[in-house]
Design a protein around this ligand. Structure first.
Ligand SMILES: Nc1nc2c(c(=O)[nH]1)N[C@H]1C(S)=C(S)[C@@H](COP(=O)(O)O)O[C@H]1N2
Ligand SMILES: [Mo]
Length: 329
């Protein structure tokens, strides 16, 4: 592989830089993707990664040339290599994860490696850019360059389609791969709560229900997929009560659902038909790890909405958009 000019090298770097930023944005955005969306934005994430692999041979030429340049400072060379390694680890772990065939490397999940390496890569990218700025020029965007970009896009789209057809066959549009059983998971550091059923109370507005009263409410059974941002989903059967049936009608904007741990989410007042407080999974009471005695099941929302060990459900004046899009603790 040969690159004729410095300009060609600069273009490769520009496109790579943009693809890395796009990977960060689509990856972060992908964590918000619900479980029954009509679109499949995670494919953009995959296509960006495959586009990076497609231009990697050209980048290898640029790197070799840069490393050979005696005048270039050591730390820039070190940064380039670090960035290359982190990007390859990010893409490799992401692709492997998407097949659903592997989960752990040592004590870490592929998804932890993927996110960790991606954050490291973006930090390194910024440092690299600060030390060794690539300045786009008008001439970089001539017709031939745009044509090449089009070819790259088409190649990435074809590679993504092929990957989804032959390798990542089970993943869904959120990017998650299936699991027969949900894994006990917390968003940040909430430990498993062993809630005492005799002492547990559910406060709904001004009322207080004990476990017998909660269980006596008419339950409905339904199936819904728990889809965690750590990259798995699990279809399960749940039994519970819609929040719209629990919470008194009123002039409020949202309902604050709070766990015994303090973990809380706010659900819009107009969404309460689709948010459930459940006491059973697969015909049995919830286990401690999965939220005993009662948890939220919110079909169409990612796992971090599914508050476990619920103890309080309160009408609130807070609009649901006035909460952090991802929990902060
Ligand atoms: N109280 C509380 N509830 C929580 C969390 C948490 O950290 N604290 N994590 C959420 C996340 S990120 C997920 S994916 C699901 C996992 O549910 P499971 O442990 O039953 O698989 O619980 C949700 N409910
Ligand atoms: Mo999660």
């Amino acid at each position: 592989m040969r690159l004729r000019s410095r300009q060609a090298g600069r273009r490769v770097d520009l496109v790579l830089g943009l693809l890395l930023v796009a990977g960060g944005v689509t990856g972060l955005g992908g964590m918000a993707i619900g479980v029954d969306w009509p679109v499949d934005p995670i494919q953009l994430h995959a296509a960006g990664a495959l586009a990076i692999l497609l231009i990697a041979p050209w980048k290898a030429v640029v790197v070799r040339r840069g490393l050979g340049r005696a005048a270039r400072p050591r730390r820039i060379k070190a940064l380039s290599l670090t960035l290359a390694v982190l990007v390859l680890v990010t893409i490799g772990s992401g692709l492997l994860h998407s097949t659903g065939h592997a989960e752990y490397v040592g004590p870490l999940t592929l998804m932890q490696i993927h996110v960790g390496a991606a954050v490291g890569a973006l930090v390194t990218l910024v440092a690299h850019f600060v030390l060794h700025r690539v300045r786009p020029r008008r001439a970089d965007a001539d017709r031939r360059a745009l044509l090449r970009l089009g070819v790259l896009g088409a190649g990435a789209a074809a590679a993504t389609a092929a990957w989804d057809t032959w390798a990542a066959t089970d993943r869904r549009f959120s990017g998650s791969v299936p699991k027969a059983q949900p894994r006990v998971t917390s968003w940040f550091d909430d430990g498993i709560q062993r809630v005492d059923p005799a002492a547990w109370r559910l406060r709904v507005g001004a009322e207080s229900l004990d476990l017998a009263a909660m269980r006596a409410l008419p339950h409905e059974s339904f199936t819904a997929a728990l889809d965690c941002t750590s990259g798995w989903y699990s279809d399960q059967e749940w039994a519970g009560v819609r929040l719209s049936a629990l919470v008194p009608a009123g002039e409020w904007r949202s309902v604050e659902v709070r766990s015994v741990t303090g973990y809380a989410r706010w659900f819009g007042a107009d969404t309460l038909d689709d948010v459930w407080l459940v006491t059973q999974r697969a015909g049995s009471p919830l286990s401690y790890g999965h939220g005993f005695p009662a948890r939220i099941v919110a079909p169409g929302r990612r796992g971090f909405w599914w508050v476990k060990w619920v103890t309080s459900i309160q009408p609130s004046d807070r609009p649901p958009w006035a909460q952090s899009p991802y929990p902060l603790s």
